[in-house]
Design a protein. Structure first.
Length: 323
C-alpha cells in the first residue's frame, strides 16, 4: 500500500497542507521561481505532516495551527534533504535531478537555509513558545546527529548503539516532534503526548533503517534517488555494522578496504554478496520490524478510531516499502 492510500482518512487536510506549503514558499520576486518549481517535483511521502495531522485527529480534532505546523515540519524536512544532497554529492532525489546537481553547492546551501527560515517565520506567527522551543530543539538535535555521523565516517568500530543514537537524532527526532506537536495542539496531556511522541520516534528509527537497507540493496530506478551514497561517504549503517560484527577479526581490515572501495560496480556486488552471506540486510529489516511492533504497542492504549488505525497501517507500510 502506498502512503497516499493510507492517508485517505486525512486527504482533505493533506491537500490543504500541500497548497499552503507552496503558497508560503512563493518569493516576492521571481528569482526563486525555478527552485520552487523544481522542489515541487520532490513530492515524497509527506510522512511528517501526516503525523502532525493524524496525532491531532487521534485525540479528537484539528485546529488551524495543525495545518501551520504540518507545513513547517515539511519545510524543515525538505531543507534537510537539500542539505543532505550537498553532503552526499547526490545527483538524484525522488526521480529528478537534485538541487545541488542542477544549481551547485552555493545555491543549494542558501536555498536550504531559505526553507528553514520560511518554516520558522510561519512558526513565529503562531506565537507559541511550546512549538517554537520544541522545533528549535529538534533542529539542533538533527544537526548534532548529522555532525556525529560525519565525524564517525570510515569508522569500522561504529557500534549498533552508536548507529541508533545517530539515526534517532538525525531522522527520528523530527517524526517524534511531529507527533508531539499534533497531540499538544489537540489538547493532550503530557502522558498522551509522550505516547504519540514515542510512536513517532520508533517509526522514524525504523524508517531510517529501511532507507539504509535500500541504499545498499535497491536500484536507483525503483527508489528514485542516488544510492550507495552512505558507503561512498564512509557512513556505516546497520547492515554494514552487522556484517562487520559477524566477521572474524583477521578479516576486518580486508572488509574495511572492500566496504570503502566504492569506485567499481564489482565492489558493490562483492559487498552485496557478503551482506547476503551473513544475512546482514535481513537482520536489519528484522530489527526494523521489531521496532515497528513496539511503535504499534505504544499507541495501543489510545481510543480506537480511523486515525489510530491509519497510524497502525502507516507503521506496517514503513517496513514493507521498497522506495
Amino acid at each position: 500500500m502506498e502512503p497516499v492510500g493510507i492517508f485517505d482518512s486525512i486527504k482533505v487536510l493533506m491537500d490543504e497542507v500541500e497548497t499552503r506549503f507552496y503558497k508560503e514558499l512563493q518569493p516576492r520576486t521571481n528569482s526563486l521561481a525555478d527552485l520552487i518549481a523544481h522542489i515541487s517535483k520532490y513530492k515524497g511521502k509527506r510522512l511528517r505532516p501526516a503525523l502532525v495531522l493524524l496525532s491531532g485527529k487521534c485525540l479528537g480534532g484539528i485546529a488551524p495551527q495543525h495545518i501551520d505546523l504540518a507545513v513547517v515540519v515539511e519545510m524543515v524536512h525538505t531543507a534537510t534533504l537539500v542539505h543532505d544532497d550537498i553532503i552526499d554529492e547526490a545527483s538524484m532525489r525522488r526521480h529528478v535531478e537534485s538541487v545541488n546537481s542542477k544549481w551547485g553547492r552555493e545555491i543549494s546551501i542558501l536555498f536550504g537555509d531559505y526553507l528553514f527560515s520560511r518554516g520558522f517565520t510561519i512558526l513565529s506567527a503562531l506565537d507559541s513558545q511550546v512549538a517554537t522551543l520544541l522545533l528549535s530543539q529538534t533542529v539542533n538535535v538533527m544537526s548534532e546527529g548529522e555532525l556525529i555521523q560525519l565525524q564517525r565516517r570510515y569508522d569500522i568500530g561504529l557500534s549498533e548503539n552508536d548507529y541508533f543514537d545517530i539515526i534517532e537524532r538525525k531522522t527520528a527526532s523530527l517524526c517524534a516532534a511531529s507527533c508531539r506537536l499534533g497531540a499538544t495542539f489537540a489538547g493532550a496531556n503530557r502522558k498522551v503526548s509522550d505516547i504519540l511522541s514515542n510512536y513517532g520516534l520508533k517509526i522514524g528509527i525504523a524508517f531510517q533503517i529501511v532507507d539504509d537497507c535500500l541504499d545498499v540493496m535497491g536500484t536507483e530506478e525503483e527508489i528514485g534517488k542516488s544510492l550507495n551514497t552512505d558507503i561512498q561517504k564512509g557512513k556505516l549503517t546497520l547492515p554494514l555494522i552487522r556484517l562487520v560484527n559477524q566477521l572474524p577479526r583477521n578479516k576486518l581490515e580486508t572488509a574495511r578496504e572492500l566496504i570503502f572501495q566504492h569506485d567499481a560496480k564489482e565492489t558493490k556486488n562483492a559487498i552485496i554478496e557478503l551482506l547476503t552471506e551473513h544475512d546482514a540486510v535481513e537482520y536489519a529489516f528484522n530489527t526494523a520490524k521489531k521496532i515497528i511492533k513496539q511503535a504499534q504497542e505504544e499507541i495501543a492504549p489510545l481510543p480506537d478510531s480511523p486515525y489510530k488505525t491509519t497510524l497502525m497501517e502507516l507503521a506496517d507500510f514503513i517496513v514493507t516499502r521498497r522506495s
